[in-house]
Design a protein around this ligand. Structure first.
Ligand code: ADP
Ligand code: ASP
Ligand code: MG
Length: 408
């Protein structure tokens, strides 16, 4: 009987140069192949290739054509997959690359924000069950019913890896990246951030959804749905990483992490008539254009109007302004304002709502730093403040000192 296959994933920073691709090949060999295990390796595009391709498209045309953009973006992962297969072959192991279609990854939904519909990795399986030792699979891409490539949202190679791990019944999904685990804050901003040994799915989904980009939020949701363990570790350093799984070891603090997101923008439709169906109309139009929204806040009534404010990804601000502008004219609202120079900072921890003192402490820390809060929202597992993007690093560091370094 053959051993189960393990699914690994390497992100763009780990594959940014030819030397790094060769390092990844060595890592796959040392960690798995030398131990007699066969692996499927999911890869992202090299370094900032995806950003470069988006820039190329924007410089070619002002019209955002999602289908064509996706056909372009998938080439990034196809380059790194073929190159890694070559680097592994050079080490004397049998490797073959597969793109999303060849690996049987079906996707549905909007271009650039596709969702995985199904994974039928027959070719990958027959390769690994036969002479193959490594299948290198492109992340971030699937094929839709029309036979076109669809990408799975930024950071989507994490999702490809988890979905492939579920389909191949891997006992866990090993995500290698440029940091050696999930930390209490982005270690590139907070030098005193601590590596977490374990994070629960619940905490990790909240962290990822609020901007901790070490894992794509949807990949953790998918893992939680199928009970797939995720192990995050460094592609360069040796040593223990972080397990993302159901149970977490309590570390005695209510707050698990401080996370931030600078890539958001705020938009508000002002003076909206206070009658039924107005919000439904606005958000249907945004949804029709594939503009996801978060943190919707409707102000209390002023006379017979109110304001509706929300956040969108910065990359979708142009679309959102267009939709809101048209709608504001249609319903005779007073106008639309927006601000791209905002970011959000959040504290995350399961059961935060059990600690009534925490919101006041968070707001005091921010005001102590002279930071003005623009919008506030909370869930049972997080509290988020929208602030000026220039203040984000300062806010993250101050909140980390207060809540995670015991500076109370
Ligand atoms: P990859 O190219 O491997 O997909 P990403 O750049 O998507 O890597 O994610 C890794 C980055 O996530 C790290 O370099 C780090 O700066 C950032 N990050 C943000 N928040 C956290 C956190 N809480 N823990 C670890 N890394 C974080
Ligand atoms: N290359 C894609 C991106 O930059 C997917 C990924 O890296 O996970 O978003
Ligand atoms: Mg990533």
């Amino acid at each position: 009987m053959s051993l189960p296959f393990v699914v690994l994933k390497f992100g763009g920073s780990s594959l940014a140069t030819v030397d790094r691709i060769r390092n990844v090949a060595g890592r796959v060999k040392n960690d798995y192949l030398d131990r007699g295990l066969k692996v499927a390796v999911v890869v992202s595009a090299m370094g900032k290739t995806t950003d470069g391709l988006i820039d190329l498209a924007q410089r070619t045309s002002n019209v955002l054509n999602g289908r064509e953009l996706d056909q372009l973006l998938v080439t990034g992962e196809q380059q790194s997959a073929a190159l890694l297969a070559m680097a592994i072959e050079e080490l004397g192991f049998r490797a073959k690359s597969f793109n999303g279609a060849q690996a049987g990854i079906s996707a549905t939904g909007y271009h650039m924000e596709g969702r995985i519909a199904d994974v039928n990795p027959e070719r990958v399986l027959s390769w690994l069950e036969g002479e193959g030792e490594v299948a290198v699979v492109t992340g971030f891409q699937g094929i839709n019913e029309a036979g076109d490539f669809v990408t799975l949202g930024r950071g989507g190679s994490d999702l490809s890896a988890v979905a492939l791990a579920v389909a191949l019944k891997s006992s866990f999904c090993h995500i290698y990246t440029d940091v050696d685990g999930v930390y209490t804050a982005d270690p590139k901003i907070v030098s005193t951030a601590r590596k977490l040994t374990n994070v629960s799915y619940e905490e990790c989904i909240e962290m990822a959804a609020l901007g901790a980009k070490v894992l794509q939020a949807r990949s953790v949701e998918f893992a939680s749905l199928y009970d797939m363990l995720i192990y995050v570790s460094s592609s360069i350093l040796e040593g223990e990483g972080t397990w993302v799984k159901e149970k977490t070891i309590k570390e005695g603090l209510a707050i698990k992490a401080v996370v931030h997101d600078k890539n958001i923008a705020k938009i508000a439709v002002l003076g909206v008539p206070d009658v039924p169906g107005i919000a439904a109309g606005l958000f249907s139009k945004l949804a029709d254009r594939g503009v996801g929204v978060e943190m919707i806040i409707q102000s209390v009534m002023r006379g017979d109007v109110n304001d509706i404010a929300f956040l969108v990804k910065e990359t979708l601000l142009g679309e959102a302004i267009e939709v809101c502008g048209d709608y504001a004219r249609e319903i005779d609202a007073q106008g639309v304002t927006y601000d791209a120079e905002v970011g959000r900072v959040s504290i995350v921890g399961v059961g935060l709502s059990l600690h009534p003192e925490i919101p006041a402490e968070m707001f005091s820390v921010l005001s102590g730093e002279g930071i003005n809060i623009d919008m506030i929202s909370s869930t049972s597992n997080s509290i988020t403040c929208v602030i000026s993007s220039s203040m984000i690093d300062r806010a993250v560091s101050a909140l980390h000192r207060h809540f995670l370094e015991g500076e109370k």
